[in-house]
Structures are given as C-alpha cells and as structure tokens.
Design a protein around this ligand. Structure first.
Ligand code: HEM
Length: 510
C-alpha cells in the first residue's frame, strides 16, 4: 500500500514537473539536436570521461552546431543547454544573458564574489570600480614588470636548454604568477625561484578540485562533497590562499595609513597620472572609496579573482604560441628576424614601445588565440526568454554555452582554411571579419575580459623573451593544420604540459 502511494506521489510530481516546464520543452524542440542523446540523461554520458575526453565532446558538439547553422541544443539530465557558434546570435547572448551559469558556484565557494564569478547584482558595482584600473595608461606601466619577469624566465630556461624535451608549464605558470602577484598585490612572489611555493601549488590544487566538481556529478551537492577527501583538501588550500592575501591586504592598509595616503572619501575625480605603476590592490582601495570603500573580504575576493583570471590563462596562451612556433619553424624564423630588427644584438630589456613594433608577433599571438583559445567556452544563464536574430528563442531556465572554439573555426566566417595556422590572416588588408564576435578570445559585450590588454602585453613580452634567446623545437607539422592534444582543465591546456626542446641562440649570463 505504502509502495503504491509512493509511486502515485512520484508520478504526480513528475507530471506536474513536466507541465510546469512545457514551454521549455516546446522551445527546446525548435532547435536542432545533436546525435547520441539518451533518454533521461541526454548528453551527460559525453562528460563522464577524463578532461581530454570532455574537451573532445565539446569540440564535436561545436562542429555539430556549425553544421546545423550556428545552434544546437542538448540536455544534461533535466537541464537544457544551447551551444551557440553563430556570431550574430552570440552578440545578442553576450549583451542580454549576463548571469553566469550555476556551475560557477564551485569556484565562487573558493574565491568569493570577485568580478568574473559574481552574480549580476554584485558584479555591476565591482566592474565599475575595476574598469579604470585597467585603463591602457595604467596597464602599459606593467610592461616593466613583464619584461623583468620574462628575462628571469629566459635565464631559468637556460638550465633546461640543449638537453632534450621538457615541460614548459612550470616555467610559464610561475612567470605569470609572479607577474600577476606583483601587479595585482604589489608583492614579489618569487615563484620562479621556488616552484614549490605554497600559494602556487595550492592554487593549482584548488582549480583541479573545482574542475572535478563541475564534471563529477556526485561531488556537486554540498552534503555529498563533505564526505569526500577533496573537501578537506579544498579547505586547506582555501586557508593558505586566503591567509596569504589577507596578510598582504593588512600590510597594505597599514602602509597606506603610515604614509598618510589613505583617502577618507572616494577619489571621484581621480587623475590617472597619480596611479601609474601602482598595484591593483592600491587602485581598488582608492577607487572603491578609501577607508569607506571595499572591506577586506571584498578586496581579497577581487585580488584573488585577478590572480586566478590572469595566471593560467596567459600561461596557456604563451605555451600554445611557443608550441605552434615549434610546429612551424618558418614562422618562428620570421618572428626571430623581426625581433632582431627591433633589438639587434643588444641585450637591452624590452620596453612598451617595442611591442608596437613587433607586428608579426601580434599576428602570431592572435592566430594562436583564434585556434587555441585558453577559455574555449563561456556559460551563461538565461533568465528570461531571449529571441535571437536567427529566430530561435532561448527559454528562461536554460543555459547557453558560448563556444569560442566553434566561432573561431567556422568556415562560414574564416574561409575554407579556417583550421589552418596562418598568422597573416590578421594582416589589415586581409582581415575583414565584420562581426566583433567572430574573433573573441576574451569574450565580448559588457562582461568581456577586463584584462585583455594586460594579457596581450604579458604574452607578447614572454614570447619575445623566449624566441630572442632560444630556438623552440617540437614536432613539426607537415600540413598547415596544427594538431595539439588538449584537455579542459577550466582552461584549455595542452595534454603534454607543453613539451618542447630549446636550442640556445646565445649564452645568457645567469
Ligand atoms: C590569454 C589570457 C586571458 C584570456 C583568454 C581571458 C579570457 C577571459 C574570458 C573568456 C572571460 C569571461 C568573459 C565572459 O564571461 O564573457 C574573462 C573575464 C575576465 N578576465 Fe580575462 N582572460 C585572460 C587574461 C586575463 C588577465 C591577465 C586578467 C587580469 C589581470 C583578466 C581579468 C579578467 C576579469 C576581471 C574578468 C571578468 C570580467 C567581468 O565579468 O566583468 N583576464 N577573461
């Protein structure tokens, strides 16, 4: 009897659940669907493998979306997602669907409500405060830091050069961490001197745990997560990261008080000249209203977000660029010739003006970001029904996957050679992409990446530092289409940890 009652209540709940979501199902059925959807679980079985398998599935779904005219839909259990690659539709999506998908809650647990992951209600004010800190006048003063840190990296690489293949990853991630920590917190972290630095190792572990939670459904509910060992690992790592950042903030507050620079009111008419070569932490304290501005927790959230946003993303981009240069020695030699033209045989440090003269470098980096965008997917939540220019309606309650990977490889916009590595497609006379969403490694719209100019400067400085001193050697590609095994570890990273060999072009003084 009790069993019958149980079944009856279950059935009633199911019918009501389906009825309430009638519109969702109707609108879902309008859009093309990929092959291989299963009853009840939808496409979930595509995401059970390792991070390389997950990346492959998302690539295949992106190609399916290109084939279907720019959009497909798929179910992950009861959650409906649309995967969009059409740049015209995406412009609308990125302008109107500003809320991040619920999957971001796992990283929010770790970092808090910093810019990238915050709900819209919190994000608006935070973005307004952060925006002036990323003005070109301020960001270009950081080239000095990138230049110093990339020289350090080039010297560190000397040990590994001329001795076969090795992984570039530890060198790249400690270069970007040192650069980001100096510019974000004003702290010389010294990760390049000490690769076991607790901040770096714990940050990597934390990001791995977050990634696991996104793809392993049994780790998602809070009560279940607490049972697994990853919970205590996460807690320990959070303590290390928060402890370090809180300490920096406390010292900064004291320093500002001692220097009597602490402003009691917000600096509303700030003159950017006064803020040159200050860390983001200084700028955030000041722009948010001095002593009455951000609390220590808000500061920690913002600074940690910048650290996470800026470290692996840029390291991946540098690694991808160097890997592609190794695959195509003719492009590497062209870049080296350009670097020689700018620097000659001098050992002088790179300055910001040099970056303007390295035009081929700019094209190489952009083409790398097109084919291997470090953030290949952005996921937003649809809060109200949203009609796209293509005519499809994204129903409230669904999610939308912005496939940067797919947009960048769509032959409709990039031509039949879309899969080829051809830096010269970014020559001004050849580059005729009409919609700004066709090329968007840093996303687009009001929630795009604030750090894109910063990132480009850091990436270009580091690549110059390596190519100026070494010939990067790897498996050469026989065809113009580069192949790289990649995995989705929050960022899209090379599976092999960026294995290359280096041949010294000259001897560096240690
Ligand atoms: C190659 C390097 C980088 C790539 C590919 C990249 C890409 C992205 C992407 C795709 C987003 C999400 C935008 C969206 O949801 O639509 C984002 C957001 C953001 N990025 Fe970057 N990023 C890079 C480097 C950096 C750096 C170096 C910083 C800072 C130092 C930074 C700061 C931010 C911030 C603050 C946001 C949040 C913007 C907001 O929600 O208002 N990024 N980035």
């Amino acid at each position: 009897m009790i069993l019958y009652l149980f079944v009856a209540v279950g059935l009633l709940w199911f019918v009501l659940f389906r009825l309430r979501r009638q519109r969702l199902y109707e609108l879902a059925n309008q859009a093309p669907r990929p092959e291989g959807e299963l009853p009840l679980i939808g496409l979930a079985h595509h995401f059970l493998g390792d991070t390389e398998g997950i990346m492959k599935s998302l690539q295949q779904l992106s190609y399916a979306s290109i084939k279907s005219g720019g959009i497909i839909r798929g179910w992950l259990g009861h959650i409906l997602y649309f995967l969009v690659v059409d740049p015209v539709d995406l412009e609308m999506v990125l302008k109107t669907c500003m809320e991040k998908d619920d999957l971001h809650r796992f990283i929010r647990h770790v970092i808090g409500n910093g810019g990238i992951f915050a709900p819209v209600s919190i994000w608006r004010r935070r973005r307004k405060i952060l925006l002036p800190a990323f003005s070109p006048k301020i960001v270009e003063t950081f080239v000095e830091v990138f230049s110093e840190q990339s020289e350090k990296m080039a010297k560190k690489l000397n040990v590994a050069a001329d001795s076969g293949q090795f992984s570039l990853w530890p060198f790249l991630s400690s270069y970007t961490l040192d650069s980001v920590c100096e510019t974000a917190m004003g702290v010389k972290m010294g990760a390049q001197e000490n690769s076991d630095l607790p901040f770096l190792t714990r940050m990597n572990t934390l990001l791995n745990v977050v990634c696991e939670r996104i793809f392993k459904l049994w780790l998602q509910p809070e009560w279940a997560f607490r049972v697994f060992p990853q919970y205590s690992v996460q807690k320990h790592c959070i303590d290390v990261l928060h402890g370090f950042t809180d300490d920096v903030i406390k010292r900064k507050r004291t320093e500002l008080k001692n220097e009597k620079q602490c402003q009691p009111e917000a600096d509303k008419n700030f003159d950017l000249e006064n803020y040159r070569r200050k860390s983001f932490l200084d700028l955030l304290i000041s722009f948010s209203g001095g002593e009455r501005g951000y609390t220590d927790v808000e500061l920690r959230e913002e600074v940690l977000t910048l650290t996470v946003a800026g470290t692996d993303t840029s390291a991946v981009a540098i690694g991808n660029t160097l890997k592609l240069l190794a695959k195509y020695p003719k492009f590497q030699e062209r870049l080296f010739a350009e670097i020689q033209e700018v620097f000659g045989d001098s050992d002088r440090p790179l300055v910001k003006e040099d970056l303007n003269n390295l035009k081929f470098l700019d094209r190489v980096v952009k083409e790398t970001l097109r084919l291997f965008p470090p953030v290949p997917f952005v996921i937003r939540k649809v809060l109200t029904d949203t009609k796209l220019p293509s005519g499809y309606i994204l129903p409230a309650g669904s999610g939308v996957v912005v496939s940067i990977w797919g947009v960048h490889r769509d032959p409709k916009y990039w031509g039949p050679d879309a899969e080829n590595f051809d830096p010269d497609r970014f020559l001004p006379e050849r580059y005729n992409i009409a919609n700004s969403c066709s090329f968007m490694p840093f996303s687009n719209g009001p929630r795009n990446c604030l750090g894109y100019q910063y990132a480009l400067m850091s990436i270009k400085t580091a690549v110059t530092g390596v190519v100026r001193n070494y010939r990067v050697i790897g498996e050469e590609e026989k065809t113009p289409t580069p192949h790289m095994r990649v995995k989705l570890d929050i960022m899209m990273k090379a599976v092999d940890g960026y294995q290359v060999a280096l041949e010294k072009r000259k001897n560096l003084v240690q």
